[in-house]
Design a protein around this ligand. Structure first.
Ligand SMILES: *Cc1c(COP(=O)(O)O)cnc(C)c1O
Length: 244
């Protein structure tokens, strides 16, 4: 099989099964399936795979790498897609993502947020009302306290949230977090409940609504939904193993 080949039927079959599992996990925990949004993580998979799923009705896609994401956006410009940036973001790349994604999940430090705000300020105002555009973001938290992992430390979260909340063109919509890679399924659960508790504390302390929790991937999305995820980010179970 050559590496450009996309098996559309297989992707759709796996996708339909995931959609059903997501809804079932929501219902099993007394939640409305509509409150859990599935993000299909298409990083390293060709634009063709996105096109197939988008035609099938999937709107939300997640990408990790700035250049790859922007070239897919360009190639698929005629489609209606909600693009999510979920990967680690270098501060110097903030200017390339500002205003181009429905939601940026990985804001984890002040310098990065400042660069994003600076760029948002340079974008043209929208429409006749002359209103400045607002970029929706999540704060990524290092919930596993891992040394080399992205994400703000739990201890630094409140301060960062206060500082970012002061930026007029960034809106904090919630938190994102990943358990250590070695903690899958049930072992991941405490990290998810921890993130939910942090979010609830943050809402109380900062006083702004933050409805979203972006947590759960192929190996642990059922547990994440049971612990309150509003976005699950699923790649492998939908698209199969990544090509490289
Ligand atoms: C790759 C990636 C995913 C998807 O992972 P799978 O295990 O393939 O479902 C989700 N979130 C982030 C941040 C990722 O980098």
């Amino acid at each position: 099989m050559n590496e450009c080949h996309v098996d559309g039927a297989a992707i759709i079959a796996r996708y339909d099964a995931v959609v059903e599992k997501v809804a079932e996990a929501a219902r099993n925990s007394g939640r409305n399936p509509k409150d859990v949004k599935l993000i299909a993580v298409s990083k390293r998979h060709p634009a063709e795979a996105i096109k197939i799923l988008n035609k099938h009705g999937q709107l939300d896609f997640g990408e990790n790498y700035v250049q790859e994401a922007l070239s897919k956006q360009e190639e698929l410009a005629e489609l209606t897609v909600n693009w999510h940036f979920i990967g680690h973001l270098q501060s110097k790349k903030a200017k390339d993502v500002a205003g181009r994604f429905t939601l940026i999940h990985s804001i984890d430090r002040l310098a990065l947020a400042q660069k994003l705000q600076n760029r948002m300020q340079m974008l043209p105002v929208s429409g006749l009302d002359g209103e400045r555009k607002v970029q929706d973001i999540l704060l990524q938290v290092n919930i596993g306290d891992e040394a080399q992992k992205s994400g703000v430390d739990k201890d630094g979260l409140f301060e960062l949230a206060e500082q970012v909340a002061a930026f007029p063109q960034l809106r904090i919509c919630g938190l994102m977090g990943m358990p250590p890679a070695s903690c899958v399924a049930e072992e991941a659960r405490p990290f998810f409940s921890n993130l939910r508790i942090l979010r609830d504390e943050l809402v109380t302390r900062i006083g702004i609504p933050m409805e979203h929790l972006s947590m759960g991937m192929t190996q642990d999305y059922v547990q994440a939904i049971e612990e309150g995820a509003t976005f699950v980010r699923i790649g492998t179970e939908i698209f199969g193993p990544r090509p490289y």
